[in-house]
Design a protein around this ligand. Structure first.
Ligand SMILES: NC(=O)c1ccc[n+]([C@@H]2O[C@H](COP(=O)([O-])OP(=O)(O)OC[C@H]3O[C@@H](n4cnc5c(N)ncnc54)[C@H](OP(=O)(O)O)[C@@H]3O)[C@@H](O)[C@H]2O)c1
Length: 284
């Protein structure tokens, strides 16, 4: 199958392009190769390449979306809509990633969010991602929306991606203990996305590892998996609180996800977050 992937320099896109290239003909496009906010360029590129599947991994991140609302609209809403429209014109399928930040995360300890819960974002990233989902659905009936949460894997400089290596190297980390979500190992995200596409039931999916944790609990578990003594782990982790972070964009507090469609399709639960983290730590 020929697959066009946009935003391939990012965390999900880079892993996805490598994984898909094992079995498919992949056109892996960075921001420099294709700016998804350029509607004419998108149409031209898709018409030339004629992929059977388009996967959009391009996004404007959380704080940037708060600071630059026009760019957030262009990257997170208009661009996905252009890709979906172009997919529809050539009869291609589309996968578009979205986020647990569709939800407001209140109250803490509520049931995990399903697609039956109405989105209620608390920041402009969440609002534009929800609008982007709608733009994709409207433009391409043959689309899969894959909401995921706190994704980690090699190659990105984010807390979840680097904490295990930092602890291993004896570097101190600061870990937030008052927001909770599902975490997602990027390899698991990709395998499940491929399984969903193979089944071919279009709709909105929540793809995350089982279980809920804070960044602090994630760090503790990473230290344990590395075989560090508890007092050593405690000496390396400085606990911090989201409420003290003074961020540009607010973060929802409690956003674990559950996938009703995967359950209906008989897909097994994703592995627990600790098992996924064990594999990641083992690779490092
Ligand atoms: N990572 C997570 O924890 C997480 C959680 C939930 C959902 N998701 C979703 O997963 C998807 C992928 O996220 P990610 O973490 O892989 O993002 P990422 O690492 O920030 O990568 C995003 C990529 O998009 C590119 N991009 C930005 N504007 C673009 C444009 N106009 N045209 C083409 N490319 C553009 C960026 O390139 P430049 O840097 O060169 O601009 C970057 O390489 C997104 O839909 C996101 O909402 C991620």
């Amino acid at each position: 199958m020929r697959i066009l992937i946009s935003g391939v320099a990012g965390l999900v896109g880079s892993h996805l392009a490598r994984r898909m290239a094992r079995e498919h003909e992949v056109l892996a496009l960075t921001h420099g190769d294709l700016d998804i906010t350029d509607g004419a360029a998108v149409r031209r590129c898709v018409a030339d390449a004629k992929p059977a599947l388009i996967i959009n991994c391009a996004v404007l991140q959380v704080d940037e979306s708060e600071q630059e609302p026009a760019r957030a609209q262009a990257v997170n809403v208009d661009g996905p809509g252009f890709l979906a429209g172009a997919a529809s014109e050539i009869g291609a399928e589309m996968v578009h990633f979205s986020t647990q930040y569709a939800f407001d995360g209140e109250p803490v300890s509520r049931l995990p969010y399903t697609i039956e819960d109405a989105p209620r974002p608390v920041n402009n990233y969440g609002r534009t991602k929800v609008a982007g989902e709608a733009a994709v659905r409207a433009a391409c009936a043959r689309s899969f929306i894959v909401r995921t949460s706190w994704v980690y894997g090699s190659g990105k400089n984010s807390f979840l991606c680097t904490v295990a290596n930092d602890l291993k190297a004896g570097r101190t980390v600061r870990a937030i203990d008052d927001i909770w979500s599902s975490t997602t190992f990027v390899d698991d995200l990709i395998e499940r996305m491929m399984a969903i596409r193979a089944i071919g039931r279009y709709g909105t999916y929540h793809v995350v590892n089982e279980g809920v944790c804070t960044y602090y609990e994630f760090a503790l578990e990473a230290g344990r998996l590395l075989g560090l003594a508890r007092d050593r782990i405690d000496s390396l982790i400085e606990i911090t609180h989201e409420r003290d972070m003074k961020r540009v964009a607010a973060r929802p507090r409690y956003t674990p996800l559950r996938c009703v469609l995967s359950e209906q399709l008989g897909l097994p639960p994703m592995r627990d977050w600790r098992a996924a983290l064990a594999e990641y730590v083992g690779c490092g």
